[in-house]
Design a protein around this ligand. Structure first.
Ligand code: 5AD
Length: 434
């Protein structure tokens, strides 16, 4: 039988990218990059902020147009928006064929079969009561230098602003043997670097094992050269974790550690469970052990009763720590979260102003940090052709900085090479092989 061809438009986080590849495998389908060629179109959605969920709904409308010439085309929605609004989506969009939450991916073959065999059947699968979440591994492309492996689904933290516990359910940790066997499979396909993903990866535990032992085990995988993981939760940074990062040479010198705010009052309103003193102390511990570690963070502006003083405390923090990268967002109220019921609100124009002040300052810090690399020789894992110029290749440093390497032979793809940094831009570095 001819395989069905599937086009997936993915929004949001790496977990969603990973889920899209799981859908391809679950369907045993051929992925296509051209929507017009597909038998099935799926919009895999993100609900983290309101803007993201609007995008998802308009994408469904766009693809519906293709049904005019191809009535047998199936258009479905998966991911967090699907989970969040469920039935309402089918009601609002009569042309939408199915709705599938993140935990329902193993059910997708049945969903497609049911649609094809029953007229006007529009399945919905948003049950959270599923334990076999890791049964379907993703479709992994051959010769991809850097890949992802999920170690955890869902989240047990109860941050007041966040929709994730609602859409992805509570935390389920993946058994270590499955993590290792998927990693080995990726390495066999040509991967040199793996990023281990989950909502709060460093809270991973399975039986008696904790995250630092997981890192120790991953270090032993032959052929794997680099290990990254994201996202970490500040309260779960332990000294054991830091020593494991330090001692395991494959673990990259990079950590994404969302702080969300520099004010203790706002952290409390967010239910983040740590104080800013705790956060700063963890950063100190990390820098004591791994002095050149690159740090990135997430910040939400305009949450709860954030005053000018609270905002200033956030600015003080980014000036003090000098993160390599800061991902910053204006707070967006999400349905059903504790934040929705809070009585305080920072007016939108005020929040926008604060956000742009923070982003302008961070741009300077990031650029300054990029410039610090000028003249240095840094090891780069080459991932592929540069987007700007086919004669150039790009890769990343252990610090997760993108480097474009000039005039270099493509036999270097997949190799760790030394690069002398000759130019720094706002978002990346440029250099030559030495
Ligand atoms: N509004 C704005 N930003 C949010 N994030 C999570 N929920 C919201 C929200 N409701 C941000 C956090 C998180 C990142 C992935 O998205 O900073 O770390």
């Amino acid at each position: 039988m001819k395989k069905e061809s599937v086009f997936i438009e993915t929004y949001g986080c790496q977990m969603n990218e990973y889920d899209s590849d799981r859908i391809i495998n679950a369907l045993n389908a051929t992925p296509t990059n051209v929507a017009e060629n597909a038998d099935i179109i799926i919009i895999n959605t993100c609900a983290i902020r309101e803007k993201a969920d609007h995008k998802a709904v308009s994408a469904v409308g766009r693809y519906n147009k293709l049904k005019k010439n191809k009535p047998e085309l199936i258009v479905g929605m998966s991911g967090c928006v699907a989970q969040l609004y469920g039935k309402k989506l089918l009601k609002d969009m009569p042309y939408l064929d199915f709705v599938l939450g993140p935990r329902g991916i193993p059910q997708i073959p049945k969903i497609i079969k049911d649609i094809r065999s029953e007229n006007n059947h529009r399945p919905i699968e948003t049950s959270m009561d599923v334990q076999d979440v890791f049964d379907i591994t993703p479709y992994h492309k051959k010769d991809k230098v850097a890949g992802f492996v999920s170690i955890q689904q869902g989240c047990n933290k109860k941050c007041a602003y966040c929709i994730v516990p609602t859409t992805r359910g509570s935390e389920i940790n993946r058994p270590i043997n499955e993590i290792i066997s998927e990693s080995k499979y990726l390495v066999e396909l040509g991967a040199k670097e793996i990023t281990y993903i989950g909502q709060t990866v460093n809270s991973w535990k399975h039986n008696r094992l904790r995250f630092p032992s997981l890192l120790d085990n991953l270090q032993e995988i032959d052929g794997l050269e680099r290990i990254r993981f994201t996202t970490s939760f500040p309260k779960d940074i332990t000294s054991k974790m830091i020593s494991s990062m330090k001692k395991n040479s494959k673990v990259c010198k990079q950590l994404h550690l969302p702080v969300q705010s520099g004010s203790n009052k706002i952290l409390r309103e967010m239910s983040r469970t740590y104080s800013i003193e705790w956060y700063k102390q963890r950063i100190e511990m990390l820098r004591d052990e791994i002095p050149d570690i690159a740090l990135s963070t997430d910040i939400i502006i305009g949450f709860g009763s954030e005053s000018e003083k609270d905002f200033q405390e956030t600015m003080d923090l980014i000036n003090l720590i000098e993160f390599d990268t800061v991902y910053s967002f204006k707070y967006s109220v999400r349905p059903g979260t504790p934040g929705e019921k809070m009585k305080y609100h920072v007016p939108d124009n005020k929040a926008s102003k604060r956000l742009s002040i923070l982003q302008e300052r961070q741009k300077e810090i990031t650029f300054k940090k990029n410039c610090d690399n000028l003249g240095k020789i840094i090891e780069v894992l080459i991932e592929g052709y540069s987007k700007q110029n086919r004669n150039d290749l790009y890769g990343r440093t252990t610090y997760n900085k993108v480097v474009n390497v000039k005039n270099i032979n493509d036999s270097n793809i997949g190799k760790l090479i030394n690069v002398k940094i000759t130019e720094a831009t706002q978002n990346s570095l440029i250099g030559e092989q030495v």
